[in-house]
Ligand binder design. Structure first.
Ligand SMILES: *Cc1c(COP(=O)(O)O)cnc(C)c1O
Length: 360
């Protein structure tokens, strides 16, 4: 994985050419007088996108199509399904996907069944007559795990199209295409980009028809990524395994520390000992925990942290924290639940920052 992250999507190898594919800013190309060639970037992409697609495709084990954001990649997959479709999705799903599904229920008459993330039997039941099974594991922010190694093959056997949002786990932990999924999507804004400085998305598939459909959607909906974003996303991807492993080992340390802290109540972080954790090599770098006190007290903790930044989103080198119940539509969450997206700082410093803020 680390070798492919560094070596896939390299330049031409021709002496004198740049070692890395540079930022290509081009809308159109010189036309070929005979035969095919790239003509227009919205159809054909640029060398910068193609290099990024080659690299993430190599990590997930399929052919990638890059998009302007994670939601653009997700929309490209969901838009395959027409009026009246039967869709199964986790009860704790990315908020943008939850809103998309609710809109589709209203506008397209979709029949959406929401399934508890960790309930394998419920997934298998609900998938039996579904057209689309949408998976996201670990879930956000409650960090429950779906047994992908069981649920994906069962859904495929039942004839469903299976899509997995692999943003939280990344290909470092699990490669759902190898478990039989039809498509994997990412918000490359998060761990792949890794530096909180871009918006991008990607969908990866090993099915040539699905790949062609994704390309067609991108072209017709204009959901094209930017040149700088693709350059930065590939630069971020080069260090994905290294950053991810460091952030995950920091997270494991902080889980132990928070579990022993007198002010902290529930710490949510999956472990290998939990049931139904098939298909994953670990559980990443996001922790959720509740504290003693009120929602206001939890906001005080967020404001008192100095190293850990009070900000939304995740997956960057820097640790960020957010009280998720303050977001619109998140009233089902415990009011003091803090989602800590652990970065790659020194774990001692992160512990000290938490200790100080928790006594404020
Ligand atoms: C952020 C996120 C998205 C949406 O991605 P954008 O790049 O913000 O459009 C989708 N799924 C998950 C799990 C995310 O964390």
């Amino acid at each position: 994985m680390a070798t492919r992250a560094v070596s896939a999507g390299r330049g031409s190898g021709i002496p004198g050419d740049p070692l890395n594919v540079p930022i290509v800013v081009a809308s159109n190309y010189i036309a070929a007088t005979s035969g095919d060639g790239p003509e227009y970037s919205r159809d054909d992409g640029t060398a910068t996108w193609i290099a990024f697609e080659a690299a993430i495709g190599s990590l997930e084990g399929g052919d990638a199509v890059a998009f302007s954001s994670g939601m653009a990649a997700i929309s490209a997959v969901l838009s395959r399904f027409g009026a009246g479709s039967r869709v199964v999705a986790p009860d704790d799903v990315y908020t943008g996907v939850g809103t998309w599904l609710a809109d589709a229920e209203r506008r397209l008459g979709w029949i959406v069944t929401r399934v508890p993330v960790a309930d394998t039997a419920a997934w298998n039941d609900a998938s039996a007559d579904a057209e689309l099974v949408w998976l996201e594991s670990p879930s956000n922010p409650l960090l429950e795990v779906t047994d992908l190694a069981t649920v994906i093959p069962a859904a495929k056997r039942a004839g469903a199209f299976v899509a997995v949002d692999n943003t939280f786990a990344t290909p470092v932990l699990q490669q759902p295409l190898q478990l039989g999924a039809d498509v994997v999507v990412h918000s490359a804004t998060k761990y792949i980009g890794g530096h909180a400085d871009l918006l991008a998305g990607v969908a990866i598939t090993s099915d040539a028809t699905v790949h062609a459909d994704l390309r067609r959607y991108r072209k017709l909906h204009g959901a094209t990524p930017g040149a700088l974003e693709m350059f930065l996303a590939l630069r971020g991807l080069r260090t994905l395994p290294l950053r991810f492993e460091r952030a995950q080992s920091n997270a494991r340390r902080l889980v132990e520390h928070l579990r022993a802290h007198p002010r902290v109540r529930t710490v949510r972080y999956p472990t290998m000992a939990d049931p139904d954790t098939g298909g994953s090599n670990g559980f990443g770098a996001v922790i959720s925990f509740e504290i003693d006190g009120s929602a206001d007290d939890a906001d005080v903790v967020c404001g008192a942290l100095r190293l850990i930044r009070h900000a939304t989103s995740l997956g960057g080198v820097e640790s960020t924290i957010e009280r998720r119940a303050k977001l619109a539509g998140q009233t089902h969450l415990p009011p003091t639940l803090l989602r800590l997206a652990v970065g790659i700082e020194d774990a001692d410093d992160l512990e000290a920052d938490l200790d100080e803020a928790l006594t404020s």
